[in-house]
Design a protein around this ligand. Structure first.
Ligand code: DC
Length: 220
């Protein structure tokens, strides 16, 4: 059985950065599950769906959507959408559509299937609780809302988006509430996850801490 290191946490907590570094260091595959939810949301948006769409129409639309990933790139119906999924609109609708059972069921299989092919560092909102409850190691990464908004603003500016820190902060608060408050697979801290608050910590410090915890356990 392949191993999975599962990382959950809210938007902007540094999950992707740490997961990528870990995957590189350990020789595991990196599974960005937020990217899958974003790609599905983009597909649904292209088909004209929105918050109000009912389950029948959603099910029919999902039939027309094929999401896959390869070598760190995400594909929607075989088209590389790795950049498009980072837009503020895709962020918003990924959070909206991820609350729908049909969407979560579709992606559950894709995520679990990935573990058949490689050891994984998987990050998202329900890696430690629902998708990989038997994960080899579990982490919950967090940071203050202000710091997460600051990081997200810098990231979006680097990607060429015109954004204000205040607007990003409000978006983060709204997404946190939706991702944690939904009925299905809400974001929460698993009982057996190690909580790391990265507020005020550098990427290298967080990475070192996570590695230390993984290796400490291995020496037991
Ligand atoms: O990690 P991210 O910001 O790229 O995720 C985008 C949205 O997708 C997030 O607001 C909630 C949803 N998501 C989810 O519900 N479950 C996951 N495992 C990953 C993401």
């Amino acid at each position: 059985m392949n191993r999975v290191i599962a990382i959950d946490g809210p938007s902007g907590a540094g999950k992707s950065t740490i997961a990528k570094l870990l995957a590189q260091d350990l020789g595991y595959e990196y599974l960005d599950t937020g990217a899958l939810y974003r790609a599905v949301a983009l597909g649904l948006l292209h088909l004209g769906l929105n918050e109000e769409t009912g389950d029948d129409e959603l099910a029919a639309a999902l039939e027309k959507i094929k999401v896959s990933f390869r070598m760190g790139r995400v594909f929607l119906n075989h088209k590389d959408v790795s950049q498009e999924i980072r837009s503020p609109e895709a962020s918003h609708f990924a959070s909206v559509f991820s609350a729908r059972r049909l969407v979560r069921e579709l992606l559950l299989d894709i995520q679990r299937e990935a573990l058949h092919h490689a050891d994984l560092v998987a990050e998202g909102r329900d890696m430690t609780t629902v998708v990989f409850p038997y994960a080899y190691r579990k982490f919950y990464l967090d940071a203050s809302v202000e710091e997460r908004a600051e990081r997200r603003t810098l990231e979006m500016k680097t990607k060429g988006y015109e954004v204000s820190r205040e607007k990003i902060c409000l978006d983060i608060i709204e997404r946190d509430a939706r991702d944690s408050g939904r009925d299905l697979a809400p974001l929460k801290i698993a009982e057996d996850a190690v909580l790391i608050d990265s507020t005020g910590m550098s990427v290298q410090d967080v990475f070192r801490k996570v590695l230390e915890i993984i290796r400490q356990d291995e020496q037991r």
